[in-house]
Design a protein around this ligand. Structure first.
Ligand code: NAD
Length: 362
């Protein structure tokens, strides 16, 4: 490196050197880094349509996009989503994604540049009871969105897929994106079907897309009365002092990721990962028994669990290798399991204190 006095005089001799010198000084003093930090999240404002934006994950994605300065429109039929999850700064259309003409009106008036597709029927057991419903909503509903994205020249389509249900019972763990696809239930099959179509829309119509295969996502706003989402269900039961039931032995394992980390992947996918599929996850499993034990500690629950029969169609162990997301998106989960569980318990406790406990599941 040139000694300091020389560095200060030499660049003054010619204009270009002077600019370089100013740049170097600013970088050394951290001014540039500071400016970058200040402008983080202030990229171009985009019009973004989030389907399922009143649901658990979708509503967190909406909040983050609005925080980043984007104009957000939500389409949701409120079948499992809640009005109270809706961000008041988002424009809301209560609409079923099976309603193609209703959706077209939304595209025509809102002209979204990005579609972030979270609306879905998302329950393994329900899909086994009603496979046709899952094809109608998850497949045809998604195709309606793809057709309109093509017609209205959407710049990017982000798709919330599932790493927990498309691989079936894994041949190796952690499962990476190259693992064979072998869903065991109509839910997993319906979610994967759309991945094929995204590929076809990419090669035939030039649609840009990113597929995110989610692990077991948990956190605030997950439905504690749902059939899926073991963290929310246990937390609700424990805070209400009800008998908690573990399906099967409880030795089944999942890759539990806190919702904020999933939101971050959606933000990264706005301008990265074109035409790619990414697993999201820690790469290791945690058993349902372990989740129960930690939540028992965090809630101060006094009872031991009762074990019920295992659930048909459910994978026994699945966790996901997210190396590709780390390398290409720069995605690394930040919220440890203990921290995420604590935050989730605190959220449900707070809701119980603030209002009608039944409404929030505690
Ligand atoms: P959720 O049920 O809370 O959210 C789904 C949202 O879609 C709800 O707001 C619901 O009202 C809406 N919706 C359902 N059918 C609709 C329809 N026909 N028209 C319009 N809106 C409709 O579930 P979630 O856990 O937030 O899941 C969001 C997405 O993430 C889903 O696509 C799901 O497949 C995917 N996913 C979730 C997980 C997880 O662990 N929660 C794991 C893998 C993938």
């Amino acid at each position: 490196m040139i000694p300091a006095p020389e560095r200060m005089i030499k660049p003054l001799l010619d204009g270009r050197g002077f600019i370089v010198w100013i740049w170097e000084i600013r970088r050394e003093w951290g001014i540039i880094a500071l400016e970058r930090e200040q402008f983080k999240g202030r990229g171009a404002t985009m019009r973004i349509l989030v389907t399922g934006g009143a649901g658990f994950i979708g509503s967190h994605v909406v909040d983050a996009l609005i925080e980043e300065g984007h104009e957000v429109t939500v389409v949701d039929d409120l079948s499992t989503g809640k009005r109270r999850n809706l961000n008041p700064q988002a424009k809301f259309y209560r609409l079923d994604i099976r309603d193609a003409s209703g959706l077209e009106e939304v595209f025509a008036s809102e002209r979204p540049e990005i579609v972030d597709h979270h609306a879905a029927k998302a329950n393994v057991r329900e899909s086994l009871r009603d496979p046709v419903l899952y094809a109608e909503v998850n497949v045809i509903g998604s195709l309606n969105l793809l057709e309109l994205s093509r017609k209205y020249e959407v710049k990017k389509f982000i798709y919330a897929s599932t790493g927990g249900a498309v691989y079936g019972e894994p041949e190796y763990l952690p499962a990476d994106e190259a693992h064979p696809i072998n869903p065991l239930d109509p839910y997993g099959a319906s979610k994967h079907f759309v991945e094929h179509y995204l590929h076809l829309y990419g090669i035939n119509y030039g649609l840009h897309y990113t597929i995110l295969r989610y692990p077991n996502v948990y956190g605030p706003r997950q439905d504690p009365y749902g059939e899926a989402g073991v963290v929310a269900i246990f937390t609700g039961q424990m805070l209400r002092g009800e008998q908690a039931v573990i399906n099967g032995s409880g030795e089944q394992e999942r890759d539990f990721v806190y919702v904020d980390d999933i939101v971050e992947a959606n933000l990264l996918a706005l301008d990265k990962g074109d035409g790619e599929i990414y697993n999201l996850g820690w790469g290791f499993g945690t058993s349902v028994n372990e989740i129960f034990a930690r939540l028992k500690e965090f809630t101060g629950y006094a009872l031991d669990p009762v074990h019920g029969p295992p659930i048909q169609g459910e994978v026994f162990k699945i966790y996901l290798d997210a190396t590709k997301a780390r390398e290409e998106l720069g995605w690394v989960p930040q919220v440890s399991l203990d921290e995420g569980l604590r935050r989730t318990v605190e959220y449900f406790r707070e809701k119980a204190r603030a209002g009608n406990p039944r409404k929030f599941g505690v």
